[in-house]
Design a protein around this ligand. Structure first.
Ligand code: B12
Length: 313
């Protein structure tokens, strides 16, 4: 017999036998998961009988599906434990076949990305990111979905709820989809040389891939030189290819005495320097020839306008 938890927003709670029948798991396995890993009922009746809420059942169900797909029970239960009710529901959706189509709401996409990251589900991650990119283009996808999802992933990692492996896995999936999106634009204006990289000692590069893709969407080709671009290479780059624009990203705070700032100051006046990311010190945009835009959209506008000005000359 189900029991009502009572009060406002009352929900039904179920006994071990009902849950076992509903999920096709034996009662003894349910008890083992509860005893060993703490995935079990959160309620008890007055008489001490265990009762599963719908959310408890979702947690057990996700555990079951992850185990069926080869995850060790300890990992499956850890993932199921870490998810709040909303992310849990999204992770369950992500585990279902066929994969559900997103509703189009940016928040749903963020939740789906988080759930797939917790579930280490690379296929689902690529699917969600790819679908939103195709539907909305990279600037809107970045602003409404990828940036908030990455911030949340960073918070989950910093709080110790998400492993570094999951952060790498999500980053690779996001970069892969952004690059695939970029390749759909093949008629690009390459009359100016636009260089994109992240600063020395900074491995964060997803925003640089997003910028290359957004510039492609705007019809402009740009060269991507990857992450941790050495400061000394800026000088040789300027001499070899004489770029119209150099964009450098920094997620991490730049050191007080920064060789990149010195190298930037030494670039020829004809090179416009654009700095993005929270790592640059305040006031860096006051140097001549250096601009620090607010976000991706601003950066695209600035680079497009700079290239138009440079090629008109
Ligand atoms: C993915 C990720 C990684 C990946 C990077 C993979 C890759 N290929 O890029 C990996 C796993 C390698 C990684 C490593 C590390 N990471 Co990390 N990482 C992140 C994460 C989750 C996303 C990074 C990102 O792309 N941010 C971009 C967007 C989402 O955020 P934003 O910088 O705030 O951007 C806004 C503005 O800058 C503005 N904007 C302004 N101008 C422009 C221009 C453009 C073009 C764009 C797009 C936007 C823009 O718009 C953005 C909003 O859209 C962040 C979380 C976060 N909040 O950023 C942590 C984060 C940056 N990492 C962090 C740390 C500590 C590290 C490590 C030091 C961890 C470690 N101990 O090893 C290492 C760094 C190693 C190194 N030497 O670089 C911290 C940094 C804290 C700090 N300020 O010092 C963060 C903030 C996580 C956290 N919450 O603590 N990381």
């Amino acid at each position: 017999m189900p029991m009502s938890t009572g009060g406002q927003g009352a929900e039904l709670a179920w006994g071990v036998g009902s849950v076992a029948a509903r999920l096709g798991i034996s009662p003894s396995t349910l008890r083992t998961w509860e005893r060993r890993y703490g995935v079990g009922p959160s309620l008890r009746t007055a008489g001490g009988h265990r009762r599963y809420t719908e959310s408890d059942i979702d947690r057990v169900s996700l555990t079951q599906r992850l185990i069926e797909r080869g995850a060790p029970p300890s990992d499956a239960t850890r993932v199921a434990h870490a998810l709040g009710t909303r992310d849990l529901a999204a992770a369950l959706e992500a585990e279902k076949q066929p994969v559900p189509i997103l509703t189009g709401d940016a928040e749903d996409a963020v939740t789906a990305i988080l759930a797939a990251t917790f579930a280490h589900d690379v296929v689902r991650l690529a699917e969600v990111v790819g679908e939103v990119l195709t539907r909305q283009g990279v600037v809107d996808t970045w602003t409404a979905v990828l940036s908030p999802a990455l911030v949340r992933i960073g918070e989950e990692w910093a709080a110790g709820r998400l492993g570094i492996e999951a952060e790498h896995l999500a980053s690779e999936a996001v970069v892969g989809e952004i690059r695939a999106h970029t390749r759909t634009y093949d008629e690009l204006d390459r009359s100016a040389t636009v260089i994109l990289a992240s600063a020395e000692d900074d491995q964060h590069a997803i925003p640089v891939f997003a910028l290359q893709s957004a510039l492609a969407e705007a019809g402009l080709g740009a060269h991507l030189l990857g992450s941790t671009f050495p400061a000394t290479a800026l000088d040789s780059l300027a001499r070899q290819v004489d770029p119209e624009v150099v964009f450098l990203w920094a997620s991490l705070d730049r050191p007080a005495s920064d060789p990149v700032s010195d190298a930037v100051a030494a670039l020829p006046a004809r090179t416009a320097v654009v700095l993005g990311g929270p790592g640059w010190p305040a006031g860096v945009g006051e140097q001549p020839g250096v601009t620090v835009p607010r976000d991706l959209r601003d950066t695209v506008e600035l680079v497009v306008a700079t290239v138009a000005g440079a090629t008109d000359r």
